[in-house]
Design a protein around this ligand. Sequence first.
Ligand SMILES: [Zn+2]
Length: 447
Amino acid sequence: MTGAVVLRGTVITMDPTRRVIDDGAVVIDGSTITSVGPRRDVVEANPGLEIRGSATDLVTPGYINGHQHLTGDRLIQSSIPDNLPPGEAIFSWVVPVHDKHTEANDELSATLSLAEALGNGITTTFEAGTIANPDRVVQAARRLGARLTVGTWGWDIDEGPFVGPVDEVLHRQRLLIQSNSGPLVTPWVCLVGHELMSDELVVGAADLARSHGVGLTFHLSPTEADPQSYLARTGKRPLVHLADLSVLGPNVAVAHAVHIDQSEIEALIQNEAAVVSCPWAYLRLGQGVSNQFRHLQFWENGGRLALGCDSENAGDMVDGIRIAALFAGLAKDVPADPIGFGAYDALELLTIRGAEALGIGDRVGSIEVGKEADIVVHDRNGVEWIPISPDPVLQLVWGADGRSVRDVYVAGSQVVADGSVLGVDLASLASEAAAASADLRRRAGIS
Ligand SMILES: [Zn+2]
């Protein structure tokens, strides 16, 4: 077992029994978890291995971010005003910025976003598909060692960057599927969604994804605008319409689906389609999630649900723990029910249930023998952890965030060590990012 290591600490496994092991240990051998249990047993069964960490460490599965824009917003992060009317942030800011992105901008943007993600313990990122140069984003992910699904622009409206007729859009998606798979990178078919995809395009995209055995994602119903326009055009609610077109299936992840009704919840569940909830985006953009928190009902009915951070101007910080805490808070507060949903449930969405929802639960999402070693180590010496609670899940979700992440492993390779993201010199990227941001703002005509 040369090269195998033992990580020690309190282990939150997220295995089927949701075992939490005080004074536990995990063995990583190559890319795989080969042992997990009480430290004494693990060390005895695996003599002579390097032991890393201490009893105060908290070891968790890598976090899953189900919806993240890696390009566009990053180089103008936290810059779009938070007092714009609905839609203006997208069409006056995000689209022009994407339009002016160079290949180098795409790689730099993805590097920064993924570095923040890894530093906060997010080992798997599902990109939202708004990328002009996916090859450069894949390059960034490979350099950092992040697990990633990647797509490219897909919409067939009349005017806008990267628009095209259905055949052309699907051809671009097909090329990406054929050229970009690897051990950590998986291509997905991605559409912008909303009313920015024709029925012909979304049906073609669903066929393409199914025939290649990959996922399909698109945005839908973060506000009431999509239900209103689908009802006017088709006479049906959006997800009922898409179910009738045979678009929904177990390989489909719908981003948002905030403004949905019971018939749409049923359409999603019957077709085993997943929803990715990005609650910070809805709050930042004032989209009304706290008036009707349908994601909770979807979850209560057994829906496949994951959490997402979205973009750096819609939620901004790329930190899964922060999302989990907000989701748990909404799930308690909206129905005024402190009992139905809590920190354990939220951590499940960020780990195993998120992984299951997005089709990778057989490989990651929990610390179990035979799974790939995507593991996060929190250092509990920071002040937010003093004193350490006897319930590590409560303290992780309600009392902490990504700041205490010290070490991160993806498929057994260490990608964050002592709080530093390996594979990139962030200090030297800061001046490059400042210059790229200024140049991009000038070319896109925004302040
Ligand atoms: Zn999005």
